[in-house]
Design a protein. Structure first.
Lengths: 229, 229
């Protein structure tokens, strides 16, 4: 009974890792759609989101079944409930990739972003890749020592998001209001994407340590801590 | 034992209703801060968010305890897990009120919004009030017949959000890029706030009906249905 139970939890964990990889692939492809005004890539992200929604439902169904049949307590209960929360965050990360793709599609065949912001969004895309890869690893290995890496990626994403405001509000911005709004919303989608990755890492840490989630912090190297968002 | 259990579930439901009322009060005060450039109101929303975060932790603690000690199945299990999800949405609604208040504070003593958008944001604030009141009632009464009202408020919020783009992108927009970005982000906060209310109503319906959450729809009067976002 216990062996079967832990097998079920492992399967749920595998599904969550699969979701993280799917969300990461979607955001990667959305970034390509954005940077290259690639309509086919945008459409692929938009139509591919159903798969992530199905995985969310599958995780939810398995968590309910496991909770009802196995009556977990303590750490096992935290794993089941934590998995539901993590699947919600991953589903939302997929939605944010769709938002990016829809923005690329909206302006096609033009680009949604002017040349001077290409490097910013390329870096945001790379950070989304990196934070997703770490998140998938945290889900699979429960290695919470990766928390500081995830925090660092998130901090850089926040920094790029704040910098972007400076660019679109500078007197030299020559692309008008629409382009400034496009860039701001896109930047916010990447920033929220990284927030969800932080939230997942905190959730895994909560499962592992048993600390209340609200108090769970991802340690930054050097001893200081920052509160995840 | 069962009586004590149902008392615990009722207490959790009361806490969720209290959270909904707190989130609604926060968004109402944030709207006042925004419309009247009222710094004290903005500060009150920002500092008051701790209370909502504490309530979230309290709901989480009680749901864990109830799940561990009472080992619920079927509808009771859905109530416990649904309550956790609902508390996450309510906490996020409070965060969105804080975003609105911070925007009002950022531009103080100026207004964040030009006169021609006052009516739009006043209406968005009124819709946020209305959707929160219905959501609190759905949480307390489990009366899912209120779903269509919530959908209708959300549809009007989406409509205002789309209309706002037309205003800030029109050739007659005389307030520059910064003001257009402020208005767009603010409008998105209200729109996401309403999305969370829809998500809560769908969650309650899922608890009541037992349908998979992904397939749960809030019926629109006249027989057609729309998928909640």
């Amino acid at each position: 009974m216990r062996a079967a139970f832990h097998e079920q939890l492992d399967e749920i964990s595998d599904l969550l890792a699969e979701m993280a990889i799917a969300a990461g692939a979607a955001m990667n492809q959305a970034t390509q759609a954005l940077l290259n005004a690639d309509l086919a890539a945008a459409e692929a992200v938009i139509s591919g989101d159903d798969h992530l929604d199905e995985l969310t439902s599958e995780v939810e169904r398995r968590c309910y079944d496991t909770a009802a049949l196995q009556q977990p307590v303590a750490t096992d209960l935290r794993i089941v409930i934590g998995s539901l929360r993590i699947s919600s965050s991953l589903e939302r990360m997929g939605d944010l990739a769709v938002h990016v793709a829809k923005q690329a599609r909206l302006r096609y065949p033009n680009s949604s972003i002017p040349n001077e912001l290409r490097a910013t969004f390329a870096r945001m895309g790379a950070l989304a890749d990196a934070i997703t890869a770490k998140t998938a690893t945290v889900i699979t290995t429960k290695d919470v020592s990766l928390g500081p890496d995830i925090e660092r990626y998130d901090a850089e994403m926040d920094h790029l998001h704040r910098e972007l405001f400076t660019v679109v509000l500078s007197p030299s911005w020559a692309h008008g209001v629409e382009s400034a709004i496009d860039a701001t919303l896109l930047s916010r989608y990447y920033e929220r994407y990284a927030d969800h990755a932080v939230s997942i890492a905190r959730r895994v840490m909560h499962v592992v340590t048993g600390e209340p989630y609200a108090d769970t912090q991802l340690l930054i190297e050097g001893g200081s801590t920052v509160q995840g968002s």
